[in-house]
Ligand binder design. Structure first.
Ligand code: MG
Length: 254
């Protein structure tokens, strides 16, 4: 009798527990979501040379190989972007200064292709050096890191002077390489403290090199990262005195 009561109690307990976890009868359809329907986007196509995709239908094209209409000089006073356009590529004009997009951004997916000069000249940080600055502040390093030792948090795919890349998937000098970036902007409270850091995920030539990396602050050549409150900012390309080229640059705000 005692055993029977216990069994009945166990069954009742199991039923209550089950009822709490499963308030309604579950069907395959119970766990299907049908709305909202993701927006239809027409993907780009592999670009003519190299592995990068051209802009999908909802992207803002920042450089399509023809002109610098979306860019200005990053020098004080602004003015036209002083880099050169030839053969579908945008090339740094050494000592003319950085260039920045006219438009500012916060959270985005960025695609950009780059090429270090075919003629190897210099070594370490002096070889094919440029950079892509998120919101004009945080540098994703561009460097010819093919058989070119340097500090690892300064090689291609690094968040400059902060986070080394997970691996080094670069190809040789003179070859086009792709960066696909997902970036979300930092958030600051009313006292100017950073409550959410910038996060960045980067694929270099299709290989993950930064995985949701928290950016610690500015990326200076000398000194530690600094945190200064800011709003939306441009994409900035660095003049590091090398003729590094870019092409097929597009961005999707998220
Ligand atoms: Mg650089």
């Amino acid at each position: 009798m005692k055993k029977l009561i216990l069994t009945a109690f166990s069954l009742a307990t199991a039923f209550v527990a089950h009822a709490q976890l499963q308030p309604t009868k579950q069907t395959p359809e119970s766990s299907e979501l049908w709305t909202p329907v993701p927006r239809l986007v027409t993907p780009g196509k592999p670009s003519a040379v190299g592995s990068g995709f051209t802009a999908p239908s909802d992207a803002i094209v920042l450089f399509d190989g023809k002109n610098l209409d979306s860019w200005v000089s990053g020098n004080e006073g602004g003015g036209p972007a002083p880099w050169t356009v030839a053969d579908g590529a945008l090339t740094c004009a050494p000592k003319k200064g950085d260039i920045v997009t006219k438009q500012s951004f916060s959270d985005y997916q960025l695609h950009i292709e780059w090429r270090a000069p075919a003629k190897v000249d210099g070594n370490g940080q002096g070889r094919g050096n440029s950079g892509i600055f998120m919101q004009g502040i945080y540098e994703l390093q561009v460097l010819d890191s093919y058989n070119n030792p340097t500090y690892v948090n300064g090689q291609a795919g690094s968040i400059y002077k902060q986070t080394m890349p997970l691996v080094n998937p670069v190809v040789g000098p003179g070859e086009w390489q792709t960066y696909d970036v997902v970036y979300t902007a930092p958030h600051f409270n009313k006292d100017g403290q950073m409550v959410i850091p910038p996060y960045i995920t980067v694929l270099l030539n299709g290989v993950l090199v930064q995985n949701h990396t928290a950016i610690q602050g500015t990326t200076p050549y000398v000194g530690q990262p600094m945190i200064t409150p800011h709003g939306p900012g441009p994409i900035k390309l660095q003049d590091h005195n090398n003729t590094t080229s870019f092409r097929n640059v597009w961005i999707r705000e998220i």
